[in-house]
Design a protein around this ligand. Structure first.
Ligand code: ADP
Ligand code: ASP
Ligand code: MG
Length: 402
């Protein structure tokens, strides 16, 4: 069998954990399997790199940021190869260049386009464990790129898809996917299985246990994932197309604090105003999430929308630059907001999920600032300080506990 195993930062945070992971991989190798291991940077090293960069330049160029980021993953794979060698197993570390992990050119948020498998196959044929840096790629300018925070999961799934691996195992610091972040919602329950679609929504809406693009890619290429603990032998959660979910109304609750609300107040109420605003944002490559337009009054209207906190400054900047075209009375930005969502395929055929969500927030005295829904989710924007309370309230209201 060809197995791709991915270990996150906490799983390789120190020497003991590195050896623990090394032994886990060697076990599969000794059983005769081909083993590819994808690693993240040790512990919170990527965060430390962000701090170091901002200390030098509060708005560092994205290209240089990626150049800096890649050292984190490179350190992990090199040390792991040394650990495996110390344990008498031949292993080799490869970075994105050595593999040739081709991505789009956008720094900080690149997408994997193509992976050359020759070098990896060659090393596997030599009976080596192949250790590959997660999170990083190379673009057409021969520069390093990164896939977005948490992107090592995506590297693992992309490798599993490209090499037709038999298994793709994501090892992390929790023993599976829960109905909500178990660190926030103490009563959260571990799921044995979850569908790609539900996991994709949860991941996109803030459940950081998997990078959302990894789920997107797993669905596209039919790569079945298992998410499990690197520290225990617990079974974990399987992510696949048709999961036999206990047919719950809602399968999970997620929150995203990396959110800001921008309100453009007093725009002229005529055709083309919304187009002008969102066209400007799209051209500046800014992802807009929730959108709310007020009813027109006195020939004016307001449009509010959310963006990630990281892109709020850029959004404000382009709006300011296009002041003449948009001509708003004023622009406001609120950064202390968070999105809380409930997700579940069950809500497609059951009315009343939104009402239940709003009722539980009302009972907890939490004010809703914005609402958006899809067939399988309800999202509300609230004050950031209420996030944990809202998550627990929703988790209780939908009966997700054990
Ligand atoms: P890694 O470094 O292994 O990639 P991450 O920190 O990226 O680990 O992801 C694991 C974390 O995801 C957990 O520690 C947990 O706090 C968080 N998390 C958020 N939502 C969920 C969820 N629904 N189920 C499990 N963990 C979750
Ligand atoms: N080290 C990167 C990060 O912290 C990638 C990852 O962990 O998946 O975002
Ligand atoms: Mg992660």
């Amino acid at each position: 069998m060809l197995i791709v195993k991915k270990f996150g930062g906490t799983s390789v945070a120190n020497k003991e954990r590195i050896f623990h992971v090394a032994k886990r991989c060697i076990k599969d190798y000794r059983e005769g399997h081909d083993v590819i291991v994808v690693l993240s940077a040790m512990g919170k090293y990527t965060d430390e790199l962000v701090d170091m960069a901002r200390d030098v330049n509060p708005r560092p160029p994205k290209r240089e940021m990626d150049m800096l980021f890649t050292i984190g993953e490179q350190m992990s794979v090199a040390l792991m190869a040394m650990a495996m060698n110390a344990l008498g197993v031949s292993a080799i570390s490869l970075n994105a260049f050595q593999v040739a992990m081709h991505t789009t050119s956008s720094y900080g948020n690149a997408r994997i386009k193509r992976i050359d498998s020759d070098r990896i196959r060659h090393e596997l044929d030599q009976r080596k464990i192949v250790l590959i840096t997660g999170f990083q790629g190379i673009n057409k300018y021969d520069d390093y790129t990164t896939l977005g925070r948490g992107g090592s999961d995506t590297t693992a799934v992309a490798l599993a898809a490209a090499l037709h691996a038999d298994e793709c195992q994501i090892y992390t610091d929790v023993d599976g996917i829960y109905t909500a972040d178990p660190r926030v919602v103490k009563k959260a329950r571990k799921l044995s299985e979850i569908t790609y679609d539900e996991m994709l929504d949860l991941a996109t809406l803030g459940a950081g246990v998997l990078h959302n693009r990894s789920v997107e890619m797993a669905k596209k290429y039919g790569v079945q994932l298992v998410v499990r603990s690197s520290l225990t032998e617990e079974e974990g959660t399987i992510v696949k197309e048709d999961a036999k979910m206990e047919r719950m109304l809602v399968s999970g609750v997620a929150a995203d604090k990396n959110t800001a609300r921008i309100s453009v107040v007093g725009l002229i109420d005529k055709p083309g105003t919304a187009f002008a605003l969102f066209d400007i944002l799209a051209k500046a490559n800014i992802n807009v999430d929730m959108i709310l337009q007020s009813v027109g009054r006195n020939q004016t209207k307001d449009i509010s929308f959310t963006v990630s906190n990281d892109s709020a400054a850029d959004a404000l900047n382009v709006i300011e630059k296009n002041k003449k075209r948009l001509n708003p009375e004023h622009v406001e930005c609120e950064r202390n907001v968070a999105k809380v969502s409930v997700v579940g395929a069950g809500m497609m055929s059951n009315p009343g999920v939104a009402a239940k969500m709003f009722e539980c927030l009302f009972n907890s005295n939490i004010n809703i600032k914005m609402i958006s829904t899809s067939e399988i989710r309800v999202t509300v924007l609230i004050d950031e300080k209420d996030t944990e309370k809202a998550m627990n309230a929703a988790h209780d209201a939908f009966g997700l506990e054990d």
